[in-house]
Design a protein around this ligand. Structure first.
Ligand code: FAD
Length: 561
């Protein structure tokens, strides 16, 4: 097959316009094109009056070699790459019955742990997954408990439980990771098998939405179990068993659960997510190598979705092929900080995402239809480990857990500013920009969607600031700057709700090229919590890569790449 990239047609092109466009592009008679399929469809909305659909197409031709030869040098016409997934190996059926081999453990059943466990199971390695939270259905009830009744379950919430942090999300599936082995395709294919809409395979910015994610996660769980894997819920890992081996190195030998039960294993994948603060502390205490890393903090901003649609798509706003518009914004502030939009959720809601009592954390989610009234996104400022150290007086080395202490300060402040019961502090954008002292009389045209509720206050009140002063200053400068890219962005009635602190992991659990911890053999730090992913897709891809490295070590076969 031959692949054409960057084939552009007007947004409203006729359904049968693709075929003539392909033969014209390849300069072929119509009967030389035996068939074609859309590999990807995106859009270019830079000129609102002339929005274009941009296609990547795989074509079957009567004489492909001749066309490639004739169009040699045209970068948009190439042989279609082989994107099929290849396993590193397969365990024989009696792998665990002959000898004394121990099954691998996967800690955490978020996107990283799910894909790691699935790939291990598909290779016959029968993983045991240990997940501190509950099954996705039970977890949904607990999560609603926080949103509807201000009741937090610290083990079962937006961060913890089957499906991981991305379950109550927008389900955005794109990522900017480099992907020479086409592992994102493997993730998408597994998701479609589990019930995701087929279009995620070809739209350029696929998303699934919360509702479908729930049933997909259950389906993948059933697949893993059918292949001999096990998923054990409400099994929090509280300790690691580490022994020094005959080679003089530290080796993981198993885990201890909150119940006191010990499980022996020589291979353990840590797919913990960024909110497993107690587990990070335990790993640090056990001497597992880790370091503080940069992350970002800020607020969620909400606008009417219609404002964003009109700003991005002009007269084509509401077109079914475009859907609800998103945006991606960056501003480099005068104080040296970068402010950027994070995890934008078109037509969605802001959600309470804390996993710890008496703290407030925001994030965003949506349904597949993305048809809620408001658009929301994190507006966040980059923070470096130097900032935590400066917070402690600017002396001494940065402790790997310092970022967590820093997050907690602002999450507790947000709880206090909201007045309790997990109500979040908020401010109208106009008041925030003007440094309005004291709360506004009420909301304007934008009603915030965060539940259990938003309390209007002064987010910059002296002595009770909701974020460090440098972050407030940078966001205050960025909002009017964003107006130049999205008309209406700094509208006075838009609402800021705080605080957004769990943008990525505040630390990295260092690993080597073999994906194992730098100082503990058999331990595989993975996904977002270990600092190797950011988002559902990259966490899933990292899960695959870690499972492959583990399988290569166990089966004694070469690792890919
Ligand atoms: P997680 O998904 O966090 O999973 C880690 C799992 O480990 C959890 O289930 C946890 O319970 C478990 N665990 C932790 N400690 C232990 C322990 N000691 N013992 C046993 N189990 C443990 N990303 C996107 O790409 N698109 C989006 O639209 C999107 N929206 C989001 C919306 C919200 C509300 C949130 C919170 C996040 C969103 N994200 C989104 C980010 C995305 O969810 C994460 O990047 C992704 O889930 C990380 O995957 P992970 O598997 O590494 O970790």
């Amino acid at each position: 097959m031959l692949r054409i990239t960057e084939l552009r047609l007007p947004l409203n092109h006729a359904e049968d316009a693709l075929r003539p466009a392909i033969v014209a592009r390849l300069r072929l008679p119509d009967d030389a094109l035996l068939g074609f399929e859309v590999f990807r469809r995106g859009y270019d909305a830079r000129r609102k009056s002339d929005i274009q659909l941009v296609y990547t197409l795989d074509c079957t031709l009567a004489d492909e070699a001749a066309v490639l030869k004739r169009l040699h040098g045209d970068h948009h016409i190439r042989p279609t790459p082989d994107t099929r997934y290849r396993f590193v190996g397969h365990a024989p059926a009696d792998f665990y019955t002959s000898g004394e081999r121990l099954r691998p453990l996967v800690i955490g059943f978020g996107p990283c742990g799910i894909l790691a466990a699935l790939i291990l199971a598909q290779m016959g390695l029968r993983p045991i997954v240990l997940e501190r939270g509950k099954t996705v259905r039970q977890r949904t009830q607990d999560t609603w408990g926080l949103w509807r009744r201000s009741e937090l379950n610290p083990q079962s919430n937006v961060q913890f439980g089957e499906g991981g942090a991305g379950t109550f999300s927008d389900g955005k599936l794109w990522s900017q990771i480099s992907d020479p082995r086409h592992l994102t395709r493997k993730v998408l294919t597994e998701f479609v098998k589990a019930g995701a809409p087929e279009e995620i395979l070809f739209v350029s910015k696929p998303h699934i939405g919360t509702f479908r994610l729930v049933s997909m996660v259950e389906k993948i769980r059933a697949d893993i179990e059918a292949l001999g894997g096990e998923i054990r819920f409400e099994q929090q890992v509280t300790d690691l068993l580490i022994e020094r081996g005959a080679d003089g190195q530290r080796h993981v030998r198993g885990v201890t659960l909150a119940s006191g039960t010990q499980l022996r294993a020589d291979h353990v994948i840590l797919a913990l997510g960024h909110s497993a603060r107690d587990t990070f502390a335990m790993l640090h205490e056990r001497g597992v190598q880790m370091e503080a890393k940069p992350f970002s903090i800020g607020y969620r901003i909400e606008h009417p979705q219609g404002v964003i649609d009109r700003a991005r798509f002009g007269p084509s706003a509401g077109h079914p092929l475009l859907g609800a518009a998103d945006y991606k914004l960056v501003h480099h502030a005068k104080n040296g900080r970068s402010v950027y939009s994070f995890c934008m959720c078109p037509g969605g809601t802001v959600v309470a995402a804390t996993s710890e009592p008496e703290r407030v954390v925001t994030n965003g989610m949506s349904q597949y239809s993305r048809n809620e009234r408001n658009a929301n996104a994190g507006i966040v400022v980059g923070i470096s480990p130097e900032d935590y150290r400066q917070d402690r007086g600017g002396s001494g080395p940065v402790n790997p857990l310092d970022g967590i202490a820093f997050q907690r300060v602002w999450e507790s402040r947000a709880y206090e500013l909201g007045g309790g019961r997990y109500i979040a502090p908020g401010q109208l954008v106009g008041d925030f920009i003007k440094r309005q002292r004291g709360p506004a009389a009420g909301f304007g045209t934008v009603m915030p969607s965060y539940k259990p509720g938003v309390h209007l206050t002064d987010l910059s009140e002296k002595g009770r600031e909701s974020l460090p002063p440098y972050a407030l200053e940078a966001i205050r400068e960025a909002l009017p700057a964003f107006e130049r890219q999205i008309k209406g962005f700094s509208m006075a009635d838009a609402v800021l709700t705080g605080v957004e602190t769990r943008t990525s992991s505040p630390l990295r659990i260092n690993r080597g090229r073999d994906y194992q911890s730098l100082n503990t053999r058999g331990l595989y730090p993975a996904g977002e919590g270990a600092g190797y992913a950011g988002g559902i897709m990259s966490a899933g891809v990292d899960g695959i890569e870690v499972a492959e490295a583990l399988a290569a070590a166990v089966l004694g076969v070469p690792a890919p790449g």
